[in-house]
Design a protein around this ligand. Structure first.
Ligand code: TMP
Length: 213
């Protein structure tokens, strides 16, 4: 078992993950920390990200899409996540395997067993110790990203986001020990307090007491 602690953040588009992860990174400034985002995180994975999110690439099939997300993940796991965990770091990931299950599985309708196996193969079965799911309605998510230009996935619309959200909730029900669901329809300070409380309890369980690093 690794020495480090691996926490992923998940949620539909506009759920506020990126704002939260920045807040957590600041709060955790005294800890040895690796922050990554998916797809991305390494030069190769960032190239795959560009391929996946570019709106010109509308011909990508659902299966190709899933495999490309998995390829980007495989690279980041080998190159960054595993070494960081072996060095005893705290890894904060903005999306991980559950994004593929929720978006390509529940959102696109690909076979869940196929995606589960794909994730297993591409990560050698590495799962986060904990996953924080920011749960919001697609309406709220849409409002929050109104000012941004939509990428290829965001262009899929509200019904797609609703299926992805439902998928995430199903995943959380299947693995209640790993998932912690936060109601992200609230003001940011409440969401942040809730998520921070959960992370503190994980750190304390590990014996990583705040202020001792
Ligand atoms: P981001 O906007 O959170 O950076 O994520 C990029 C988009 O990629 C987002 O719409 C979710 C999508 N995505 C998948 O569809 N499957 C995946 O496995 C991952 C990691 C992201």
């Amino acid at each position: 078992m690794s020495e480090g602690l691996f926490i992923s953040l998940e949620g539909i588009d506009g759920s506020g993950k990126t704002t939260l992860i920045q807040y957590l990174q600041d709060k955790l400034a005294t800890y040895p920390l690796l922050r990554i985002r998916e797809p991305g995180g390494t030069a190769i994975s960032e190239k795959i990200r560009e391929l996946l999110l570019n709106i010109d690439n509308y011909l990508i099939t659902a299966r190709t899409e899933a495999i490309l997300y998995a390829a980007a993940r495989s690279q980041v796991v080998e190159q960054l996540i595993k070494p960081a965990l072996d060095e005893g770091k705290l890894v904060l990931a903005d999306r991980y395997v559950d994004s593929t299950m929720a978006y390509q599985g529940y959102g696109r309708g690909l076979d869940l067993q196929f995606l589960f196996t794909l994730n297993q193969l591409c990560t050698s079965g590495l799962l986060p110790d904990a996953t924080i799911l920011l749960d919001i309605t697609p309406q709220v998510g849409e409002k929050r990203r109104k000012h941004e230009e939509a990428d290829r996935l965001e262009q899929e619309g509200r019904e797609f986001q609703a299926r992805v959200r439902e998928g995430y909730l199903q995943l959380a029900l299947k693995e209640p020990k790993r998932f912690y669901v936060v109601n992200a329809n609230r003001e940011f300070r409440h969401v942040a307090e809730d998520a921070w409380g959960q992370i503190m309890s994980l750190l304390i369980k590990r014996g990583w007491l705040p202020g001792e690093n």
